[in-house]
Ligand binder design. Structure first.
Ligand SMILES: NC(=O)c1ccc[n+]([C@@H]2O[C@H](COP(=O)([O-])OP(=O)(O)OC[C@H]3O[C@@H](n4cnc5c(N)ncnc54)[C@H](O)[C@@H]3O)[C@@H](O)[C@H]2O)c1
Length: 335
């Protein structure tokens, strides 16, 4: 694969770049921030040095179509991972920028693929559980096991609107034969890199606090909050496996992918079993992010991804927590 990773400096991008380089793929990267200021910190610059890829990191704006076109041509990219986004909580605070970054940069990439349609460039787009929203007239929201072809995509955040619109726009470009667009709806992602302003950040904050030995933390969610989560290693592997899946086997352009769905209280209890004295002070509700979380599916059905391109998760809750507590402590020790 000759990959161009846009938004390479974020929580997903830094681990995706590590995975792609480690798997022997050719990788070029772009982000508004330099490698050393990425979510992985100076470790990112060190990683690039190790692979001789330091000059393939470009501090650039993905909404500038001319810049992106230059990078696609220079590196003869056959796969573009489109990651730049303002996430759910940040996007509500700055809707204009959310639309520009999430939608305009995607449209620019798709137009670029159209202009080079003979090369059949793949565009891999992480959508989100935020593409779902409250079901009108259905208190309690979605039943558990929300399917990939669920049609009630009525998000309550602008972020979610850009994810639904991105899925639909990409599918239309694919239908016209202009871009090989493929998308996964990610659950909340957990990793050793700080998260970028989403509503599922409460779980990352609990993990970081427990790893650092903080025994009493305040969170912005209720104890019974339940949404799907996934270890970042599973998530980046999903992006790469979907990119590599033979087109003939795919019946759709957007797939649910799922792993675990612990409640916030179950997550806290699993941390307390490893960090003696770890306790969480729960919110009574009221934070706007609680409303977003309540509007998302609690459990996703990902049967089409499993059947059509062999998706499977590797991290259950216990393995995920053990791995990430160790990874956060190790990253802290090397800072
Ligand atoms: N992290 C999650 O839990 C999660 C869940 C579902 C979907 N996703 C999706 O995965 C993708 C990556 O998310 P993330 O968690 O890494 O986000 P993040 O905020 O950590 O990273 C986004 C990166 O994009 C960069 N960026 C922003 N505007 C840019 C621009 N104009 N040009 C170039 N770079 C720009 C930022 O500097 C940042 O490094 C997003 O599309 C997001 O919607 C993430």
């Amino acid at each position: 694969m000759r990959a161009l990773v846009l938004g390479a400096g974020g929580q997903v991008g830094t681990d995706l770049v590590r995975f792609l380089l480690g798997s022997g793929h050719a990788v070029a990267m772009a982000d508004l921030r330099p490698a050393a200021a990425s979510a992985a910190g100076p470790a990112m610059a060190a990683l690039l040095d190790r692979y001789g890829a330091g000059d393939r990191w470009h501090t650039a704006d993905a909404t500038d179509a001319t810049v992106v076109a230059r990078l696609v041509d220079r590196y003869e990219a056959d796969t573009i991972f489109h990651l730049p986004a303002l996430l759910s909580a940040t996007g509500e605070r700055d809707p204009e920028r959310c639309w520009a970054v999430n939608m305009e940069s995607l449209r620019g990439v798709l137009d670029l693929c159209r202009a080079r349609s003979s090369r059949s460039i793949k565009v891999i787009f992480p959508s989100s559980i935020a593409a779902f929203g409250p079901l009108p007239g259905v208190p309690g929201g979605y039943p558990d096991g929300v399917a990939s072809n669920e049609i009630g995509l009525l998000p309550s955040t602008l972020y979610g609107v850009t994810k639904v619109a991105g899925e639909l726009l990409g599918a239309w470009y694919a239908h016209r034969g202009w871009a090989d667009f493929r998308s996964v709806r990610f659950p909340g992602l957990l990793s050793a890199a700080p998260p970028g302003g989403g509503s599922t950040d409460f779980a990352n904050e609990m993990l970081f606090a427990a790893a650092r030995g903080e025994t009493s933390i305040q969170t912005f969610v209720r104890a019974d909050t339940r949404v799907p989560f996934m270890h970042m290693d599973d998530a980046v592997r999903a992006l790469v496996e979907l990119a590599q899946a033979p087109a003939a086997g795919l019946t759709r352009r957007a797939f649910n992918i799922a792993a675990i769905s612990p409640s916030a209280e179950e997550l806290a209890a699993a941390l307390a079993r490893r960090v003696p004295g770890f306790t969480v002070r729960w919110s009574a509700g009221g934070d706007p992010r609680q409303g977003f979380l309540d509007s998302w599916p609690r459990v996703l059905d990902d049967a089409p991804a499993r059947e059509e391109w062999g998706w499977h998760h590797q991290f259950d809750l216990d393995r995920l927590i053990d791995d990430l507590l160790g990874a956060i402590r190790s990253a802290d020790a090397h800072r």
